[in-house]
Design a binder for this molecule. Structure first.
Ligand SMILES: NC(=O)c1ccc[n+]([C@@H]2O[C@H](COP(=O)([O-])OP(=O)(O)OC[C@H]3O[C@@H](n4cnc5c(N)ncnc54)[C@H](OP(=O)(O)O)[C@@H]3O)[C@@H](O)[C@H]2O)c1
Length: 207
């Protein structure tokens, strides 16, 4: 974790990173126009690598099925837009990542729609992220998505982990919503190829 100047207290201390770790098609869509991403391969050697490197990003039922206990070494907090969180509701997943602090952004009253471990916040995501980054903590913040929330947080992203799937969707929800921000200062940190056809690209913001 880098030491940086905290925008809140103006002192040097380790700031937590915001990592947008997301699955995308080759043409830059995180879901098809109806919000589905079942075209992305869910089996293959990339899944084993993810389970090893990022166990925290699996929802509780998947962790149980895989027999994994997350250590929260990489992430201890997940951020979701309401639409992303809501994907799990029809499946009874109202507390999908109980091992993490779960923050869901919504401008509506969602009383009774979320499990006990989920905080619903109606605030500017940028302000919330700056506060979270300034909190002393051992692990980072995972921006799960979706497209709209990631677009709103584009300029706060410190690290991108893109799971690029060997699929063209043609249309859908773009990686960064309707954001028109240009951020040029990303440096490649890692590029891993898998037999499944997936490539995982890691970029870190250099300034
Ligand atoms: N490929 C992947 O790895 C991946 C990862 C995550 C999600 N997804 C997909 O992404 C889709 C959801 O993305 P999405 O773009 O439709 O929605 P989203 O970003 O998940 O959620 C948008 C909602 O968040 C709330 N919100 C509150 N403040 C906001 C702000 N400042 N900016 C944006 N949203 C704010 C609003 O909810 P209210 O309407 O309640 O106010 C808004 O409608 C899902 O279909 C999911 O499958 C894919």
């Amino acid at each position: 974790m880098d030491h940086d100047r905290c925008r809140d207290c103006e002192k040097e201390h380790p700031l937590r990173e915001l990592t947008y770790l997301v699955a995308t098609s080759l043409d830059g869509y995180i879901a098809d126009p109806s919000g589905g991403h079942d075209a992305f391969p869910t089996v293959g050697d990339h899944i084993d690598a993810y389970a090893r490197d990022f166990p925290e990003i699996f929802p509780a039922p998947a962790l149980d099925a895989l027999g994994i206990t997350p250590r929260n070494e990489t992430f201890d907090t997940v951020l979701m837009g309401w639409n992303t969180f809501a994907v799990g509701l029809p499946h009874g997943l109202d507390d999908p990542y109980p091992h993490l602090r779960q923050v869901v952004f919504s401008r509506k009253d969602r009383t009774g729609q979320v499990g006990g471990g989920v905080e619903v916040i109606d605030r500017d995501p940028v302000e919330v992220v700056r506060e979270l980054k300034a909190e002393p903590a051992a692990a980072g913040i995972w921006l799960c998505g979706g497209s709209a929330l990631a677009g709103a947080l584009c300029e706060e992203i410190d690290r991108l982990v893109l799971k690029v799937n060997p699929v063209l969707l043609g249309a859908g929800l773009p990686l960064l919503g309707s954001s028109t921000s240009r951020v040029r200062d990303f440096e490649r940190q890692d590029c891993r190829t898998f037999d499944s056809g997936v490539v995982v690209l890691t970029y870190r913001r250099s300034t």
